[in-house]
Ligand binder design. Structure first.
Ligand SMILES: Cc1cc2nc3c(=O)[nH]c(=O)nc-3n(C[C@H](O)[C@H](O)[C@H](O)COP(=O)(O)OP(=O)(O)OC[C@H]3O[C@@H](n4cnc5c(N)ncnc54)[C@H](O)[C@@H]3O)c2cc1C
Length: 378
C-alpha cells in the first residue's frame, strides 16, 4: 500500500491548493478525489477574488481574506506558469452596484460596519465618480452608486484549478480521482484511508477538504463540522467587445469577452444543481439594468453549483483533538482564499501550528449554538 506524508480528501480548489502547497514544501502528497459526476463548486463558481464583503461580524475572516489577496499576485504568476496559460488574475478593483437610494443607503451602512471591523479599503462611490472610474462604460440610468474596493479583482477559476493540479504533479504529488473515500482508520502511527473501489492508501496526515461532503468525512476523524449546500446559478453570454472594465458582485466580463452574470443563493439543502428559468431571468433583468446593452447579448449557457456553507458562512479550519494530524478546511470563498491555502494553511498542515487568524475560525464555535444561521454569499 502506498504511504504518503499527507493525504488530502477532495480535489477541488481548497484541497488542491493545500495539497499543492504541501508538495511544494517537500511533502509526499496524494489528493484523493471522486469522479466527474461529483458536486464541485470549484468548477462552477464566479471567479471573484474579493475582500469587500468578507468578514462582517468575524474580523479574523476579513483579515485572513486580506492576507490571501496580498499573496495572490505571486500565486497568479506561479499558477499561470504551471497551467501554461494566463489565469487572468486582474486586481483592477471591484464594485457592488446600487440601483436606487435605498440600496445605496444599505450599502453605506455595510461599508461603515466594515470600516469599524478593520476593512478600510472599501468605500462608497457616487454615480459621478463611478463614471470616472469606468470611462466609457454604458451604465444604466438607474445605477446611483456602488461600493468600491480597489484591492478586489477576478480570475479565470478553471485555469487556476488546472494550474494548482499541475503544480501538485510537478512537485511530485499524486492525484487519485475516481473513487470516494469511505473509511478512515488509525493504523500503526498512520491512517489507513479506504476508497469505494476497494483500494486504500496510508498517510501520516490527512486534510479533509471535501466541499459539501465535508461533514461526514470530518466525522470519521472526530471533527464536528456542519456544512450545507447553498446553490448558485450562473449565466454566461456570447463574447462581447470590452464593455465592463471592472468586475462587480454578480456581473463581470471575463478575459475572453463573455459576460458572466450571477448568482443566486438558494439555501434549500438540496444536493442537486438544476437551473430555473425564473432565477436566470431575474439575474439577467438586473444585469440589464446595470448595463443596458446586455439586452442584445445572447446567453450561451446557464449552470448551477453548490457552495459549501458553514452555519455562519465563515470558513472552518481545525486539527482534530482525537486524531492528531487530521485537519479540516472548508469555506465558500475558495477562489479568494486559494493563496492562503497554498501558503500558510499548507504550512500549518505540515507543522501542526495553525495561523492565528485561521485558529479563530475553529468549528467549535458552532457547538451548542444552533442559532448561528447567517449566510454570506457572493
Ligand atoms: C455559484 C458560485 C459562485 C461562487 N463564486 C465565488 C467567487 O466569486 N469567489 C470565491 O472565492 N468563491 C466563490 N465560490 C465558492 C468557491 O467556488 C468554493 O469555495 C470552492 O470552490 C470550494 O472548493 P472545495 O474544494 O472546498 O469544494 P469542491 O470544489 O466542491 O470540491 C470538493 C471535492 O471533494 C470531493 N469529494 C467529496 N466527497 C469525497 C469523498 N468521499 N472522497 C473523495 N473526494 C470527495 C469532490 O469530488 C470534489 O472534487 C462560488 C461558489 C459557487 C457555487
Amino acid at each position: 500500500m502506498e504511504r504518503y506524508d499527507v493525504a488530502v480528501i477532495g480535489g477541488g480548489m481548497v484541497g488542491t491548493a493545500i495539497g499543492y502547497g504541501c508538495a511544494e514544501r517537500g511533502a509526499r502528497v496524494a489528493v484523493l478525489d471522486e469522479g466527474d459526476v461529483a458536486l464541485r463548486a470549484s468548477r462552477g463558481n464566479f471567479g471573484l477574488v474579493w475582500g469587500q464583503s468578507k468578514g462582517d461580524g468575524m474580523p479574523a475572516y476579513g483579515a485572513w481574506t486580506r492576507l490571501s489577496i496580498a499573496l495572490w499576485p505571486a500565486l497568479a504568476e506561479r499558477a499561470s506558469a504551471l497551467a501554461g496559460k494566463d489565469v487572468q488574475y486582474r486586481p483592477v478593483g471591484g464594485l457592488t452596484f446600487c440601483l436606487d437610494e435605498a440600496e445605496l443607503e444599505a450599502r453605506r451602512a455595510f461599508v461603515h460596519r466594515r470600516h469599524n471591523q478593520g476593512h478600510n479599503t472599501v468605500r462608497i462611490v457616487d454615480r459621478r465618480e463611478l463614471e470616472q472610474l469606468m470611462l466609457g462604460c454604458p451604465l444604466g440610468p438607474e445605477v446611483v452608486g456602488a461600493s468600491y474596493d480597489p484591492t478586489d479583482g477576478h480570475v479565470d477559476p478553471l485555469t487556476l484549478l488546472r494550474g494548482l493540479h499541475a503544480g501538485l504533479r510537478r512537485a511530485g504529488g499524486t492525484h487519485l480521482p475516481g473513487a470516494p473515500v469511505v473509511a478512515i482508520d488509525a493504523a500503526g502511527g498512520a491512517y489507513r484511508i479506504a476508497r469505494a473501489d476497494g483500494s486504500a492508501v496510508e498517510a501520516r496526515r490527512i486534510v479533509v477538504a471535501a466541499g459539501v461532503a465535508t461533514t461526514h468525512i470530518a466525522a470519521m476523524v472526530g471533527l464536528d463540522v456542519p456544512v450545507r449546500p447553498v446553490r448558485g446559478q450562473n449565466i454566461v453570454t456570447e463574447r462581447l467587445a470590452p464593455i465592463l472594465p471592472m468586475p462587480a458582485s454578480a456581473i463581470r466580463q471575463t478575459g475572453d469577452g463573455t459576460i458572466q452574470i450571477g448568482v443566486t443563493s438558494e439555501d434549500d439543502g438540496v444536493l442537486e444543481t438544476p437551473t430555473t428559468t425564473a432565477a436566470l431571468a431575474k439575474m439577467a433583468a438586473r444585469a440589464i439594468r446595470v448595463l443596458p446593452p446586455l439586452a442584445a447579448a445572447r446567453m450561451v449557457r446557464g449552470w448551477a453549483a453548490l457552495r459549501p456553507m458553514t452555519p455562519d458562512g465563515f470558513p472552518a479550519y481545525a486539527e482534530s483533538a482525537t486524531h492528531p494530524g487530521c485537519f479540516v478546511a472548508v469555506c465558500h470563498s475558495g477562489v479568494t482564499l486559494a493563496a492562503v491555502h497554498a501558503g500558510p494553511m499548507a504550512e500549518a498542515v505540515l507543522s501542526g501550528i495553525m495561523p492565528e487568524l485561521a485558529a479563530e475560525l475553529h468549528p467549535a464555535r458552532f457547538a451548542g449554538n444552533p442559532e448561528i444561521t447567517r449566510v454570506q454569499a457572493h
